[in-house]
Design a binder for this molecule. Sequence first.
Ligand code: PBG
Length: 327
Amino acid sequence: MPYPEIRPRRLRRSAAVRRLVSETRVDPAELVLPMFVREGLTEPRAVASLPGVLQHSRDSLRKAAVEAVQAGVGGLMLFGVPAERDATGSGGLDPDGILNVAIRDVVAEVGDAVVVMSDLCLDEFTSHGHCGLLAPDGAVDNDATLEAYARMAVAQADAGIHMVGPSGMMDGQVGVVRRALDAAGHQDVAVLAYAVKYASAFFGPFRDAVESALEGDRRAYQQDPANLRESLREVELDVAEGADLVMVKPALPYLDVVSAVRAAVDVPVAAYQVSGEYAMVEAAAANGWVDRERVMLETLTSIRRAGAQVILTYWAVEAAKLLRERY
Ligand code: PBG
């Protein structure tokens, strides 16, 4: 029996050769840490469905931001959890609202060393939990919501944000935000567009983290998980409207989408490894069913390999530390 001459295994036989030919590396500088800050807390508070993730007080947020920078992460994505909510989400537009105050705090603390980003959406601030303003019939009113997003973007930029992340899936949101920023003299503030966002059950634990008041679902504005071509259309529109980066969300169940988006546009592509992706691994690891660190790095490598150059992940700090030991 002839033995094979061509042996791919030669490139796998030692750690040294595997390192030499590795096609994909995750760099800590490409990781972005999502962070929650809750109004009125004096101590950080655990989020039950996201082990290891905290609702921060203003003080603990600043400290955690410094720790993330020291670990080498490239960005921070801030989410605010207000003490009070109303039908129009006015806390999101208020310069003294929790998110805008936290932006000032974090930019003052670490602003030169990392990209500070903020979620630009009303769902954390509305009493009904939807991402926009409701019309009398209860549907989310696209164009009225755009006006609120424009004001929210300017409030965040006035607070010093480097990059805003419109995430509400309203039609035209990137263009409206871009124009509002420019008109207010904030031409340097970048837009990370949540261009592709599916109506996903993987957002479940996030809704605990922000104490979401949502009843029902977001299927009238977030995308159907069955669709891929629709995502390319969303991305094309956002780039035309001025998006500086485009994001796909969730990440791991949508790697085909990440890959297709990467092939379709030349702006940097980000992917958000969302709360449910994180929680599944944490739950399995807590039971001893999977090796937590290996699964963590394998998922991040896969998202990177699919074409995401920037990855939002609740593991950003820990992964950054592990990756620095490894390379
Ligand atoms: C909207 C927003 C959501 C997430 C990020 N931005 C929730 C939603 O769209 O329902 C989810 C992130 C995650 O699950 O980790 N403000």
